[in-house]
Design a protein around this ligand. Structure first.
Ligand code: AMP
Length: 190
């Protein structure tokens, strides 16, 4: 079973590349950001917790998002594999993902770290904000999201590095170029 963690700062292209990976490898795409936005639209309890935090660029608490992901995995009992997008965002979440998968006798196969420099991230997110309708694609929140990423999410790289699963992908260049690097990494999993 192929289970991919797609990792990178906000605006690094995780969503776009996930769509391409899903198409080629037939995986189930679990984006915690998408799930939370759907919960907000439904007006659920989780949605109420997430709403204010997302618009400020802050994280939803680990225990909440871990339960959300656990339930999301359960909804796909026949999946050939998963692509985890936007999760894990903290080391606590990375540890939780290992145990959530272990209890199902599966594991993370590879962590793809899409690397894009900061000026490019801000440019892409401001551009996306013109049409995305997302409460967090504005300059103040973008800067906060990048700060939170650097403080809380960067240590996740080391977590997967220690497991020998971290692969850095150059995230600048065309969508096709980035996807080619991703396929090379996936096709070379030992
Ligand atoms: P995304 O669509 O991945 O950029 O996520 C949008 C927002 O949802 C993030 O800025 C967080 O506020 C929240 N969120 C998504 N995934 C997580 C997560 N794994 N942990 C905490 N908060 C999350």
């Amino acid at each position: 079973m192929l289970n991919v963690v797609i990792f990178g700062a906000p605006g690094s292209g995780k969503g776009t590349q996930s769509d391409l990976i899903v198409e080629k490898y037939g995986l189930v795409h679990l984006s915690t950001g998408d799930i939370l936005r759907a919960e907000i639209a439904k007006g659920s309890e989780v949605g109420k917790i997430a709403d204010g935090l997302i618009s400020k660029g802050q994280f939803v608490p680990d225990d909440v998002i871990i339960t959300v992901l656990d339930n999301a995995i359960d909804q796909h009992p026949t999946a050939k594999g998963f692509i985890f997008d936007g999760f894990p965002r903290t080391v606590v979440q990375a540890e939780a993902l290992d145990s959530l998968l272990k209890k199902r006798n599966i594991r993370v196969s590879i962590m793809l770290n899409i690397d894009v420099h900061q000026a490019e991230l801000v440019k892409r997110l401001l551009n996306r904000g013109k049409t995305s309708g997302r409460s967090d694609d504005n300059l103040a929140t973008i800067q906060e999201r990048i700060n939170v990423y650097e403080q809380k999410t960067l240590p996740v790289i080391q977590f997967y590095d220690k497991q020998g699963k971290h692969v850095r992908i150059k995230g600048t260049g065309t969508m096709e170029e980035v996807f080619t690097s991703i396929c090379e990494a996936i096709d070379h999993i030992k």
